[in-house]
Ligand binder design. Structure first.
Ligand code: NDP
Length: 451
């Protein structure tokens, strides 16, 4: 049977664009449909603008530190509009790069919504249908909000980049990556920031000691973090929002942002009618090769809710092309994914938390906390935290957790060693780079505890 295309990709984010490009480079005839902006969550409303906001929010503190180092400069006011204009321009530039990648590789693009009509047919919003030998769904996810009274008054991470002005006060609800990152950003930009988290400690699932360190430093820097607290009701009060919490208290905020999780964008795609299985969160259930129960339909990225990270979506997209277009069946490797949480302070982590490792067998824990030279000289009391979790049985470093300026950069490199199966003795025989913070990773000689 003749198809219009070898591959039709739905979704122009990290996973979809990568798969489309690499498949096209293999000689496949490829199309891609995107209903919004090219670049997807990461480029348009996630990682990239978020990180720019992290950078912007850190300069106030840097000016203070510079004064301590003898620079005759005064902190001024942060101009949100100036920054926002530059951020928008940068996102436009990146979106153009994404469009260019597709164009230069002869991927035909359709700037409209696409749904799946049957196992080999995609229906575009304008009613036209295109056939393809393979369909790749890479439509990502979206923020979700719980159904509490007045929830429409709350914004999500999609909206935070588009504020007309910085609020004087903000409440951020949630304790995951997004809530905790934006609590730091807003606080750094001078917004009076409150964060509600319903559980005992933010960043559930990460190493207990590391996340407690992050939380304590966030509080130290001015975030009003309220644990075991959730919002139950929102009401409009003039230009503000009155929030009632689970303790029965009420407080007024200029803005309320919910970062209470994300959901896969599977609604209305036509998948259920075709027999493509969806999970409890409406994520697409796929095999280790990213294949759905309908053999011609594959899915990668956040819509499959495996590890919802851009580099993982890219890996999944590449593995899909290896499998389907290069005749080399390849499973994306989801083991030992290093990741950074751009909280302030930043956290980098790879492998098992102490709690997870302990449940699997006897371990040694090497942990240290100290004032880093640069910040200490500037009179700051903040401390960094480093931890290695080591298997007693085979001496392998099972987990590495860093809370420090630049922790994301550090964990990328430590992640290579951990991925290679480095032992504690491999770390020990590596010469320290002095004076740095990360040298502590190779100089911790005595276990802090065993378990
Ligand atoms: P997460 O799933 O990480 O966190 C959701 C948070 O909201 C949790 O603290 C959760 O609490 C809480 N929550 C859920 N439902 C409710 C509710 N009804 N009321 C109050 N609180 C609630 O989602 P995020 O939105 O923060 O991020 C989504 C994903 O995006 C991440 O898992 C990550 O994969 C990715 N991401 C990665 C980043 C990075 O790499 N730096 C940055 C941003 C996002 P509880 O813990 O109790 O369930």
């Amino acid at each position: 049977m003749d198809f219009d295309f070898d591959l039709f990709v739905i979704g122009g984010g990290s996973g979809g664009v990568r798969a489309a490009r690499v498949a096209a480079q293999e000689g496949a005839k490829v199309a891609l449909a995107e209903e919004d902006r090219y670049g997807g969550t990461c480029v348009i409303r996630g990682c990239v603008p978020k990180k720019l906001m992290v950078f912007a929010s850190e300069y106030g503190g840097m000016v203070e530190d510079a004064q301590a180092y003898g620079w005759d400069i005064q902190p001024g006011a942060f101009n949100w509009k100036t920054f926002q204009g530059k951020m928008y321009a940068e996102l436009d530039r990146l979106e153009n790069i994404y469009r260019g990648i597709l164009k230069n590789n002869n991927v035909e693009t359709f700037d409209q919504r696409a749904t799946v009509a049957d196992a080999h047919t995609v229906r575009l919003a304008d009613g036209t249908e295109k056939t393809a030998k393979h369909i790749l769904i890479a439509v990502g996810g979206r923020p979700t909000k719980p159904e509490i009274e007045g929830i429409d008054l709350a914004i999500t991470s999609n909206d935070i980049f588009h504020l007309d002005a910085l609020p004087e006060s903000i409440l951020i609800v949630g304790g995951g990556y997004i809530a905790s990152e934006f609590a730091g950003i807003m606080n750094g930009m001078g917004v009076k920031t409150t964060q509600f988290y319903r559980g005992e400690q933010i960043l559930r699932g990460f190493d207990d000691e590391a996340r407690t360190h992050v939380a304590n430093e966030m509080i130290e820097r001015g975030v009003d973090l309220r644990l075991n607290t959730n919002a139950v009701k929102l009401e409009k009060d003039g230009s503000q929002v009155r929030v009632t919490d689970t303790n029965g208290d009420t407080q007024l905020f200029d803005k309320v942002m919910f970062a209470t999780g994300r959901a896969p964008n599977t609604d209305g795609l036509g998948l259920e009618a075709l027999g493509v299985e969806l999970g409890r969160k409406r994520e697409i259930i796929v095999s280790e090769y990213s294949q759905t129960g309908v053999p011609s339909i594959y899915a990668v990225g956040d819509v499959t809710d495996r590890a919802n990270l851009t580099p993982v979506a890219i890996r999944e997209g590449m593995a899909f092309v290896e499998t389907v277009f290069k005749g080399n069946p390849t499973k994306p490797d989801h083991d030992l994914i290093p990741t950074a949480i751009f909280t302030q302070p930043e956290m980098g982590t790879v492998g098992l938390s102490e709690e997870e490792a302990k449940a699997l067998g006897p371990i040694e824990v090497y942990a240290t906390s100290f004032k880093p030279m640069q910040q200490s000289f500037a009179g700051r009391s903040e401390k960094v935290f480093m931890k290695l979790v080591v298997s007693q049985a085979n001496r392998k470093v099972l987990g590495c957790h860093i809370v420090a300026p630049g922790a994301g950069e550090m964990i990328q490199l430590a992640g290579i060693a951990v991925k290679m199966g480095a032992t504690k003795e491999d770390f020990d025989r590596t010469v320290a780079v002095h004076p740095t913070m990360s040298e502590e990773l190779v100089t911790m000689k005595t276990p802090t505890r065993t378990g």
